[in-house]
Write a protein that binds this ligand. Structure first.
Ligand SMILES: Cc1cc2nc3c(=O)[nH]c(=O)nc-3n(C[C@H](O)[C@H](O)[C@H](O)COP(=O)(O)OP(=O)(O)OC[C@H]3O[C@@H](n4cnc5c(N)ncnc54)[C@H](O)[C@@H]3O)c2cc1C
Length: 588
């Protein structure tokens, strides 16, 4: 039995961030990692010098502390990459967000017309309810565009029909840019385009390089990372964790600590408790669902396949969901620039048909699909590598909230245990949020009282935050005032009255001055206002005429202003919806 001040489970971004924070405070933790490298899902694997991520990992954050930490850790090795990622559909590359000219060109005139007709039909009679992802999209883009671009990919990712994906889940994911941000951008120009053209950071040798540096700092600070050490039991006395057991299959060990921090899947964690938790907690743990992931890396004897960092594959003809082209993330990811390594990504469930395919079968499928998509003949595939990643995505299904709450309630009994990270909290945390929870947990071990569950609770999308940062936000009240609909009648009456009064007063003023000064000029009004003379009676006649024309002008002005404003706002709204969807797809 070893004694340590803090035991951390998992050497992913969350566990490493916790370890780094602790060593910075003079506490030497031990990190137990069941794998053989650091980084968790954000690790970089290497095969014959070809580096690859488990799905491409962009470093993007709104948190300055994390950003600074990343920058300090890698310095010049932290590259800035200009994003290019498109949709691959029916042999064509579509820009995303969709651009009308590009979509028209790719779809052809007939299909574009059908898309337009379908769109108009939906706008005229939208689906009465928006309770599913399908309904949300159809109401905004029309049935045909939904089937073309959204249905297949979303179903590939989640493995369930779009009409079974709940709207509230979709709404949470599709919050995206607020209209406020978009309008502010439109008014102040330029900046949004910059932030949405998206430059992201990426370590020269892949994300693993970042995590390797973290580990080196932890070890240099007196901490320890133990690989091949899978936690196999968590001992407790109902109010505190008393020890943790780990094993590498052959040997095992036991650790005792003052504090325990866990980034392993929360459901698995409670299942390892000894004595066992109450049955209802175990039942909840059993019901938390994850989506899993396979990446088939193909090394192709071809210098250039496509310029994108990744492609979304919306085509229903192939099973692959996304394709990474690692040398477009960083040229250092491949040892030989005359070759290209791509990652064919398959979303699946652990132990389903795809998961159970042998490596050879997976490589054959990926090679066939790559050839079918026209990137290279199968004969050009010179090597391959397969990685299966379980617990890649925490699934937000109908019952996850109550199941998670039941587990959280139970774990709250243990005052020396904290759960952190993505699977550790069953939350859609990216690397930055995962690290944030790790850092806060470490601070809590030193006496602070941070609420880890408050991190990323109201997920506001990276893009929104970044756009908002770049743009001076117009206060909502001002926008509401500027964009309020004009009351046509009131405005017309006001303009009419002002015009009438002006001419009436001018007439009265000239009369009061003896009628000589401007008499000759004002008299000319009689050519337009039949019956007008520079007299009191004429003043009333002129008021009537001027009111009429002023009213007409005012009404027309207000009508056109409302119309142009409606078109303008509609265009911004469409843009926001498209951008929000980009976030939606990006976040898988
Ligand atoms: C396909 C894909 C693409 C992504 N792209 C991005 C992106 O572009 N940008 C971004 O910021 N985020 C991205 N993410 C999210 C990112 O991968 C996670 O946020 C991050 O890895 C979570 O870190 P973590 O430390 O919480 O968990 P993990 O990375 O899951 O690490 C947990 C660690 O615990 C270990 N472990 C588990 N069980 C045990 C046990 N019993 N004993 C010992 N060790 C154990 C695991 O081996 C693992 O190393 C992506 C995720 C996926 C799936």
């Amino acid at each position: 039995m070893k004694e340590k001040p803090v035991v951390i489970i998992g050497a992913g971004p969350a566990g490493l961030a916790a370890g780094y924070e602790l060593t910075g405070r003079g506490i030497c933790p031990i990190i137990l990692e069941r794998g053989d490298i650091v980084g968790g899902i954000s690790r970089t694997e290497s095969y014959k010098g070809f580096n690859f991520d488990i799905g491409g990992h962009r470093f993007l954050t709104k948190n300055d502390e994390i950003n600074q930490l990343w920058e300090n850790m890698l310095g010049p090795d932290f590259l800035k990459v200009n994003r290019l990622s498109r949709i691959y559909y029916q042999g064509k590359f579509f820009n995303y967000p969709l651009r009308p000219a590009n979509a028209l060109l790719n779809l052809g005139p007939v299909e574009s017309l059908l898309v337009l007709i379908s769109y108009c039909r939906t706008r005229l009679s939208p689906r009465p309810e928006e309770s599913s992802f399908e309904e949300w999209i159809v109401n905004r883009f029309g049935e045909r565009l939904y089937r073309t671009f959204f249905k297949t990919y979303t179903e590939k990712v989640w493995g369930i029909p779009c009409n079974e994906i709940r709207a509230d889940w979709a709404a949470q994911r599709i919050k995206g840019l607020s209209l406020l941000v978009a309008v502010s951008n439109a008014l102040f120009g330029g900046q949004q385009a910059k932030s949405l053209s998206e430059q992201f950071s990426y370590p020269k040798l892949g994300p693993g390089m970042m995590w390797q540096r973290f580990m080196e700092r932890i070890v240099a600070g007196g901490g320890e990372v133990m690989f091949h050490s899978e936690v196999s039991a968590v001992h407790h006395d109902n109010s505190r964790i008393t020890a943790i057991e780990y094993s590498n299959g052959e040997t095992s060990g036991k650790l005792r600590a003052e504090h325990y921090i866990s980034s392993m899947p929360i459901s698995r964690l409670v299942q390892l408790f000894q004595p066992q938790p109450p049955a209802e907690v175990l039942e909840s743990a059993g019901q938390l669902v994850y989506r899993d992931f396979i990446i088939v890396v193909l090394i192709i004897d071809k210098q250039r396949l496509f310029p994108d960092q990744w492609l979304y594959v919306h085509s229903p003809k192939v099973r692959v969901g996304r394709i990474q082209n690692f040398k477009n993330w960083s040229s250092y990811m491949v040892p030989d620039q005359s070759r290209t390594s791509i990652g064919m990504e398959y979303f699946c469930n652990e132990n389903d048909q795809t998961w159970k395919m042998t490596d050879n079968e997976l490589v054959a499928m990926a090679t066939g699909e790559m050839e079918e998509m026209g990137f290279a003949p199968a004969s050009k595939v010179i090597d391959s590598y397969v990685v299966r990643q379980s617990h890649a995505y925490p699934v937000y299904d109908a019952t996850y909230k109550q199941n998670l709450q039941a587990i959280r309630n139970y774990l709250e009994n243990y005052n020396n245990l904290q759960t952190i990270g993505r699977s550790g909290m069953h939350r859609y945390n990216n690397m930055d949020h995962s690290m944030q929870t790790g850092i806060l947990a470490a601070k809590n071990c030193c006496g602070e009282h941070n609420d880890l569950w408050a991190v990323n609770e109201e997920k506001s999308y990276l893009e929104e935050e970044r756009a908002a940062k770049d743009v001076p936000l117009v206060p909502e009240k001002v926008l509401i005032g500027v964009f309020a609909r004009m009351d046509k009648f009131a405005f017309a009456a006001a303009v009419g009255t002002v015009c009438g009064l002006l001419v009436f007063c001018a007439t009265m003023w000239i009369i009061s001055r003896g009628g000589d000064v401007l008499n000759s000029h004002l008299r000319l009004l009689g050519q337009y206002f039949i019956g007008y003379t520079v007299t009191v009676k004429g003043g009333f006649i002129a008021f009537g005429y001027s009111f009429f024309w002023g009213f007409l002008f005012g009404w027309l002005f207000a009508y056109l202003r409302n119309l142009f404003l409606a078109i303008y706002i509609y265009r911004i709204k469409r843009k926001v919806e498209l951008l929000s969807l980009k976030d939606f797809f990006d976040s898988f």
